[in-house]
Unconditional design. Structure first.
Length: 535
């Protein structure tokens, strides 16, 4: 099966989304990541009846009706999906852990798990594709305490990336535990990788709950897991931290439980960390990881003596494609986020240009308003954006501060100023009940801006007024437009532009008595013309 994934209505290609082939038993048999143009290719293992499922992280699930696929048949599909972003409650309540289930339908736990599952599946899929070449820096650290003196060894490795740390089949982990005796006096500590976390065995042996973000994790919400009641073997508990904006998985923190270790150990002293990263092209990778285990000395009843800790881990230095293009470098800072329109309920603002002040760095947001901007700079900077929507409102976007650190990610949400802020900027004297603001640009017959054009307004049955002029860029503002019928036009010297008839009501506005537009805002954007007659 081949095809293209697009947004319903506008037909905008959806890149970086997974399309999954599901058989009659509801089992996933093939998976593909859409390219920048939204295209995908799936190979069914055998003839049969299948369904296509599309899941874009942060958006609602879409699934096709069943369809039959014959032997050696190739079918092409154009899949249209609704671009409806998912939203979390403003406050996430932890609630009672739900055991043996990914959460009851409609709960925050179920929603968080679905988003985390997609990211973990993407990590697993990316590793299996062997489409990227990694340069890694691995490290081994010996400490006398959790934060004690450090002895460190580092090495660099290049190749196709596998699992970040040792793990075994989920069934064996459930049967033997996450800590097991190895050869001699050594002990093996296993971590929960993406494959383990995705499995039904992990689900059946753990309980899940939602967790509100902590001060050290602003803008994040957690999906916490812990061993199910009755589990006595060494196990793991932890949190998958997910960004509230965009619902993308950020990192995993876990610690070992049911260990026969001194009870006064610092919480989380024995455990691990895995950080995830979505590449600009869509795939997901493990960016940074470590696991900390105890170094055991002579046993003294009732606990073994801990003489130190060993940390093993690594980080990705660079990721390149098969063609040699660098898609990630630890030597660069990464700014990522969304551009939204606060005057339209936080709707995405597609194709905004995002800029880093004081530099020549700029990037275009995609059709979902999402962007990633990389730079070799470090330190405190400010980021802002431009977009025709801002031009139509006659305002500039506010700048947002970011702290850039090489190899780290700064997440920001850029937005069109809220309506109260816009009204305050455009009309410092304020508006009375029911009044509107009209903003726009005066243009000539070639589309160029007309500076200093005079703006005229005539209310029904009243003498025309000239409340102001356009500025040097042709932009104008009319404050205090009443909720009634009015006529607006512009003049530039002897040239007079065509009249525009606006009739405001509580529900919206009629334009030229023939076109109705909903208007939930008090701000109406209306451009004017000078130099040609209206048809």
């Amino acid at each position: 099966m081949s095809g293209q994934l697009v947004e319903r209505g506008g037909g905008v290609p959806v890149g970086g989304a997974f399309v999954v082939l599901i058989n009659e038993d509801g089992v996933e048999v093939a998976r593909a990541l859409t390219g920048e143009s939204g295209t995908f290719l799936l190979r069914a293992p055998a003839p049969g009846t299948y369904r296509l499922r599309s899941k874009r992280i942060g958006f609602r699930l879409w699934e096709s009706p069943p369809m039959a696929l014959a032997d050696s048949e190739t079918r092409h599909f154009r899949l249209e999906v609704d671009a409806v972003p998912l939203r979390l409650p403003a406050v996430v309540v932890a609630g009672r852990p739900q055991c043996g289930t990914r959460g009851e339908a409609g709960t925050v736990v179920a929603q968080l798990w679905e988003e985390a599952r997609e990211a973990l599946a993407a990590v697993q899929w990316t590793l299996g594709q062997r489409a990227h070449w990694y340069t890694l820096e691995r490290f081994e650290r010996e400490r006398t305490g959790v934060a004690g003196p450090l002895e460190e060894r580092r090495s660099t490795w290049s190749g196709y990336f596998g699992r970040p740390f040792g793990s075994i089949a989920a069934e064996d982990l459930a049967r033997r535990g996450y800590v097991a005796a190895a050869t001699g006096d050594s002990v093996d500590f296993y971590g929960p990788d993406a494959e383990v976390l995705l499995g039904d065995v992990f689900l059946s042996t753990h309980c899940f709950s939602a967790r509100q973000g902590r001060p050290e994790h602003p803008g994040l919400v957690g999906l916490a897991f812990e061993p199910a009641p009755g589990r006595s073997l060494p196990d793991v508990e932890g949190v998958l931290w997910i960004a509230v904006d965009g619902l993308e998985l950020r990192f995993l923190e876990f610690r070992y439980t049911q260990l026969r270790l001194p009870p006064d150990l610092p919480r989380g002293a024995v455990g691990g960390y895995v950080e995830f990263l979505r590449l600009p092209t869509g795939p997901w990778v493990v960016k940074h990881w470590w696991i900390r285990t105890p170094r055991l000395g002579r046993y003294t009843y009732p606990w073994p003596n801990i003489v130190g800790y060993r940390e093993t881990g690594g980080q990705v230095l660079t990721i390149t494609t098969g063609a040699g293009a660098v898609v990630y470098s630890v030597g660069e800072s990464l700014i990522e986020g969304y551009v939204v329109d606060s005057t339209r309920g936080g709707a995405p603002l597609p194709r905004a240009t995002v800029l880093l002040t004081g530099t020549d760095r700029a990037v275009s947001a995609d059709d979902r308003g999402q962007f990633q901007l990389s730079t070799s700079l470090e330190g405190a900077y400010r980021v802002w954006f431009t977009h025709p929507r801002l031009d139509s409102l006659g305002v500039l976007a506010e700048t947002t501060s970011v702290n850039l650190v090489r190899g780290s990610r700064a997440t920001v949400t850029l937005s069109v100023p809220t309506e109260p802020v816009l009204v305050g900027r455009l009309c410092p004297d304020g508006l009375r009940q029911g009044e509107r603001v009209i903003v726009g640009v005066v243009r000539d017959s070639t589309g160029g801006a007309v500076p200093d054009a005079e703006i005229h307004v005539q209310l029904s049955g009243k003498v025309p007024e000239a409340p102001g002029r356009a500025d040097h860029g042709g932009r104008f503002v009319i404050c205090g437009a009443p909720a009634t019928r009015l006529v607006v036009w512009a003049t530039a010297g002897p040239a007079r532009g065509p009249e525009v008839v606006l009739e405001f009501s509580e529900a919206g506005v009629w334009v030229d008595q023939k076109q109705f537009r909903n208007l939930p805002s008090r701000i109406w954007a209306q451009n004017l013309e000078v130099g040609r007659s209206r048809p």
